[in-house]
Design a protein around this ligand. Structure first.
Ligand code: SF4
Length: 81
């Protein structure tokens, strides 16, 4: 998503992190001009891209990332132990 779309978005309900009681990504929901805004579709694409990048790394690095950021539950079928 380009910077212009992030800055000019006005609807908060279409953000991937928008919840009834707040924001699942940030401590406070303040959507106006939020630089973390993206659609759910874009969020899923970004997640897939990140996993693809992680799976391209050495196994030791994958293990470190898995334990540090995914609590040992990083998914995907490219991960080979
Ligand atoms: S605060 Fe930002 S990340 Fe959170 S729901 Fe609003 S636009 Fe999305």
């Amino acid at each position: 998503m380009d910077r212009a779309n992030r800055i000019t978005h006005v609807s908060t309900n279409d953000c991937f992190a928008s919840r009834k009681k707040g924001c699942s990504a940030l401590k406070f929901k303040a959507c106006k001009d939020c630089s973390f805004y993206k659609t759910t579709d874009q969020h899923h694409k970004d997640q897939a891209k990140a996993l693809k990048r992680i799976f391209s790394l050495d196994k030791d690095v994958q293990d470190h990332i898995n334990e540090t950021y995914y609590r040992g539950k990083m998914g995907g079928n490219s991960y080979e132990g």
